[in-house]
Write a protein that binds this ligand. Sequence first.
Ligand code: NAG
Length: 294
Amino acid sequence: MRISSSTILLGAALGVSAHPSRHAAHQAAHKRDFVVANKPTTTIIEYVTAAAVAAESSTTAAAVAATSAASSDDDDDDDSSEYVEFCGGSTSKRATLAEIAYKGNTGTDDDYGCNMMVVSSSIADQYEYTATFKNDVAKSQACVCFNKIGPDGGINGFFSGNEAISFTLPASGTKVVAFEANSQGGCVCTVGDTVATTDIGQFAGTWLEFDMANSSNDDWSGADASCLVSSIYPKLEAIIPPLKVCGSGTCSTILSGGDGTNAYLKGMEAADGVGLNLAAGKVRLTITVGEFSA
Ligand SMILES: *[C@@H]1O[C@H](CO)[C@@H](O)[C@H](O)[C@H]1NC(C)=O
């Protein structure tokens, strides 16, 4: 992706160090900048280090990993055949421009995550930025979409429990998610009832990463497929599910097992600009999600 995948990954590192009981020494040793502007490379490398630390300490981490009750919204809105406003049309406080530059649009003060929602396919055209998920498997999949920045303002939106929305993708079915401008984050689906996570509770599987109409970047959008998180954990790496995202004639593809093209594959933490880079305007992403097969 043009910009945000690196910051998302950076966040994974910050998420790891966000738990004070864990590796306080490492936190000090790997002090990080929060805002990655144009040069994500250095912070990415720090992410890898931190992820390795997390993997080493997975016993502790697993013990700490909270039981994250699914408290997120479900797909309330997707039956409506009339236009549904984001955040219920609420006028409650939105982020300032400065906040948006840092954390993007994560909804309103009292409704975290209302910057994205599942919408009925009959009205999907009325939204500027959409992602249509297609299930390539004849079994239902559990899906979440998350913001880069979590409900508490930390770079931890991609930890289980911090998701903005969750929904079920029916067997061989389709769902559309609409996003507001300045939404940055990702989505993951897993065959079955729960989305796969790492030992420390990050969403695993293969991610769709998105950056919709980033106002700090002339309203460009970006998207990519990434298996960087799973590729760090041997058990998860062995079962990386396929995901393909296409838009405006370009695709970013991860194949079953973690190979792929124009996507973030194992070891590509330092790469930038991978995936779809889309000039300002409507975004129509089509995401095909499958199941790992050897
Ligand atoms: C938007 O793009 C800018 C410039 O490339 C980048 O620094 C920033 O992190 C992006 N915003 C978010 C919230 O990801």
